[in-house]
Every structure is written in structure tokens, then in C-alpha cells.
Design a binder for this molecule. Structure first.
Ligand code: PAF
Length: 266
């Protein structure tokens, strides 16, 4: 496995690569969800490229960025075990030589759901993903459905800008109690982690969105939003863990009968 931390080496190597290229962009602190994306890429492509880059432009809260977990040695070990061919570790100067003068902005969906609570977040995501896709030029790029809004926006961006890449969606990986795997779970204390299992249970329940939000608050979470759209219920909560709050997001697809019941009630 090649670990490359400068872009001129990568660009040289890219010219030499042949066969299909699968790409998994990440911010590190890899977990079972990332492992699923990497396994799928390894099984579907001749070459798998993993990028690890903690992208500052997508954090609207400096504390959130400072606290984001980093487990580089373990990440590289996991990548090696899964058969990743290249790990790209770009730096800020590589990716933002323009000082973030140029940005990819979307003016509708990126302002809703998570975007309504994290101004500028999706502009940072779309900008860095566009840059990484242009650098890697993969045939397929893999994203998890846990970040469903991100996945949808990236899909739309690629279609809008005629980008020649297939965006592959991979199902959310969950702990046995149903908690969606996320790098941020590492920030939860044991009671917070146990309590957070209720998040997806309530998202799946037959309650309407307001009822789910009410029950989440009753369980001690701060609710950013709970919203059903296009057959899916989305939510974001803050979990109080000692002196800090950890933000979790999740989404579940609702059953046909649930959607019918919600529609007739509302
Ligand atoms: O989902 C993530 O980890 C990040 O938003 C991504 C897509 C790697 C962009 O920084």
C-alpha cells in the first residue's frame, strides 16, 4: 500500500494507473462503515484509493473541528488489511492553494436539514469533494447513506457538472443496538453511547415527526431537527456527555404503512 502525502507524487502515480479506480474519501477515524465502503471498492475495482483529510471548511464550529477524533495509525492498519492500494493524505496548502476563494455552492437542499443548522457546511463538503474527485479521477466513488443529504448533494453536483464518475451509495452500518456507526461515536461516553441507541429506534417509530422530537427531548437529547421527506425520516441530535455535546445524525427509510398513516394524520 502506498501512502502519499504530496500531490505531485500522486499526480505522477495517477498517470501510471490503469484499470478501474474506486475512491473512498474520508476524514479519518475510520470505523466499520468506512470498512464497508473500502471492501466494496476493493471488490469492484482494480485499484482502490482512500483519502484521509480533515476538511476544515466544512466545520462551522471550531470546537467541533478541534475535537474531531484522529486515529491515523489504526486507519492505515485497517486500510492495509482491507487491501487498499493508495492512501492519499493531502494537506491544507495542497487542497486550498486558492485560500478557499473558489467554492461549490448549492442554494436549495444544502440549506435544509443539516444545512439549516450548520451554515456553510455543505459548501465545504462539495468544494473538497469536487477537488478530490478531480485529483483522483475515479470510475466509482463510495459514500455512506448515513450522510444521506451529503450523498444526494454530491450526486447532484456530479450530474450538474457532467463529472464522469459513478457515485455508489452504501447502506448505513449499525452497532447491534442500532446506533449508526460514525467517527463522532468515539466522543460519546459509555452512558451517552447506550442512550443514543434510542435515536434510530424513535426515528423508526410510528410517531409523527413532532412526536419523535418530543420523545427525544424527553430522553434528554437536544433536537436540531426531525423531518420526513421522500419516504425517509431524517434527524440530528446533540447528546450531552459530561462537559461536551456530541452531534449525531441519522436517517431511516419509513415503511409504506407508516408513511400512509402519517399522511392521513397530517
Ligand atoms: O463524509 C465525510 O467524511 C466528509 O464529509 C467527506 C465526504 C470526506 C468530505 O470531507
Amino acid at each position: 500500500m502506498k501512502v502519499i502525502d504530496n500531490l505531485s507524487t500522486w499526480r505522477q502515480l495517477r498517470r501510471e494507473l490503469s484499470g478501474s479506480i474506486g475512491f473512498v474519501p474520508t476524514m479519518g477515524a475510520l470505523h466499520g462503515g468506512h470498512a464497508g465502503l473500502l471492501e466494496r471498492s476493493v471488490s469492484e475495482n482494480a485499484v482502490t484509493v482512500l483519502s484521509i483529510y480533515l476538511n476544515p471548511t466544512q466545520f462551522n464550529n471550531p470546537d467541533d473541528l478541534a475535537r474531531y477524533p484522529s486515529t491515523m495509525e489504526q486507519d492505515l492498519q485497517l486500510a492495509r488489511e482491507l487491501g487498499v492500494d493508495v492512501v492519499l493524505l493531502p494537506g491544507y496548502e495542497d487542497l486550498y492553494a486558492d485560500g478557499y476563494r473558489f467554492r461549490i455552492e448549492e442554494h436549495q437542499f444544502s440549506r435544509e436539514l443539516c444545512g439549516a443548522h450548520r451554515p456553510g457546511h455543505f459548501t465545504g463538503v462539495l468544494t473538497v469533494v469536487m477537488k478530490l474527485l478531480n485529483l483522483v479521477r475515479p470510475d466509482r466513488a463510495y459514500f455512506g447513506e448515513k450522510d444521506y443529504q451529503q450523498l444526494q448533494l454530491i450526486r447532484d453536483m456530479c450530474e450538474t457538472f457532467f463529472m464522469d464518475v459513478h457515485i455508489v451509495a452504501c447502506a448505513t452500518v449499525r452497532e447491534p443496538n442500532g446506533l449508526a456507526l460514525s467517527s463522532r461515536n468515539a466522543l460519546l461516553d459509555a452512558p451517552g453511547r447506550a442512550r443514543s441507541a434510542q435515536f434510530q429506534q424513535l426515528l423508526r417509530s410510528d410517531l409523527d415527526d413532532a412526536g419523535v422530537a418530543r420523545e427525544l427531548e424527553r430522553a434528554g437529547f437536544v433536537v436540531d431537527y426531525v423531518e420526513t421527506r421522500d419516504g425517509r425520516r431524517f434527524g440530528a441530535i446533540l447528546v450531552n456527555c459530561g462537559d461536551r455535546q456530541v452531534r449525531l445524525i441519522d436517517n431511516v427509510s419509513l415503511r409504506h404503512e407508516q408513511l400512509a398513516a402519517l399522511a392521513s394524520a397530517g
